[in-house]
Design a binder for this molecule. Structure first.
Ligand SMILES: [Zn+2]
Length: 329
């Protein structure tokens, strides 16, 4: 009797243990390990992957993505991940070189593949005309043709070696990136395809709404200029028919002469606010702001909660333009 009882108990315990093990392994099914370059991509990746993914970001708060260099530790965990979503930042090329041939299971996916990129920021201004004007943002995405000779010069002179990399500051671009990410997640984890698709649809809907809201908010200011330190807002400007004027020139702080030219231009444009990202030294922006009797406003292009950030950005730009009667063409 006793022995049978023990056996039954033992059998039950074994069964419970087995059930427990199955449950544990199901609950702890390893999330898809993902790497992204910058915080806004992490927001997107988490929106689409939810609890199915674990997203690591290379450039953290306060770091300048243009001068960023990944640590050896980051490179080795990147090599062990399943997906790396690139966005076209300079340091990604270093990573590609370092990983070359050593990674079997990790897939690099260019999230900007379907985005109509803005060509390298025009900075072919001759001496004397130093104001760094980014692309004519007419809202149609049309860029003036560059003379053939300047193409090569630009590639070497500017800190953005290729196209304007600040693609994430535009809801339509975010929608395109989300789709590329969802497809890559589905390919890596087909079992959860339905979830990824559902999340993609929700994300697309909310970004579409965001785009409508910002377009409405900024519609009265079409053709107006806003002043920034670092030219991160080319796509944002193009999307909403605005122009960004940058204090920084070719990735460098302006010379005193360039600053005085910019002050003259800002006075002419009746600008009162210059937006500055916390990642950059704002001394020259502060000098310009002081000279025009204006202020420097923080605006973080790399903030993680991208919809909240884009709304704030639109609101700040709207307020800045509301208070600066623009010169009619
Ligand atoms: Zn930048």
């Amino acid at each position: 009797m006793k022995t049978t009882g023990m056996k039954t108990l033992l059998r039950q315990t074994t069964l419970q243990l087995a059930v427990l093990l199955v449950l544990t392994s199901a609950a702890a099914a390893a999330p898809l390990e993902i790497f992204v370059s910058i915080p806004p991509q992490k927001w997107l990746s988490e929106k689409i992957g939810g609890e199915l993914v674990s997203t690591n970001v290379l450039v953290v708060r306060g770091q300048d993505p243009h001068t960023f260099e990944p640590t050896p530790r980051q490179i080795s965990s990147l090599a062990r991940s399943r997906l790396y979503f690139t966005i076209g930042m300079e340091f990604e090329q270093q990573i590609t070189q370092k990983l070359d041939g050593t990674v079997a299971s990790m897939r690099m996916v260019d999230t900007t593949a379907t985005i109509d990129r803005i060509p390298a920021i025009a900075h072919e201004q001759e001496e004397g005309h130093d104001v760094h004007v980014s692309h004519a943002a007419d809202g149609h995405g049309e860029e003036p043709e560059k003379p053939a000779g300047q193409e090569e010069h630009e590639r070497h002179a500017h800190h953005h070696p290729g196209d304007d990399p600040h693609v994430w500051l535009s809801p339509p671009n975010l929608i395109r990136m989300a789709k590329v990410m969802a497809e890559a997640m589905i390919a890596a984890d087909p079992e959860h395809a339905a979830t990824y698709r559902q999340n993609l649809n929700q994300t697309t809907d909310s970004l579409t709404q965001l785009h409508r809201d910002i377009a409405t908010m900024l519609a009265p200011f079409r053709g107006a200029s806003f002043y920034v330190f670092h030219p991160s807002f080319g796509y944002f400007a193009r999307e909403y028919g605005l122009r960004q004027e940058a204090v920084e020139i070719s990735g460098k702080s302006p010379t005193p002469k360039q600053i005085s030219n910019l002050i003259a231009k800002a006075k002419e444009d009746k600008v009162r606010i210059i937006f500055v990202q916390p990642q950059f030294d704002s001394k020259s922006a502060t000098a310009v702001a002081r000279a025009i009797g204006g202020v420097v406003e923080p605006l973080d292009a790399l903030a993680g909660d991208i919809p909240a950030n884009l709304r704030t950005m639109a609101l700040q730009i709207k307020n800045a333009l509301d208070h600066s009667p623009r010169t009619q063409p």
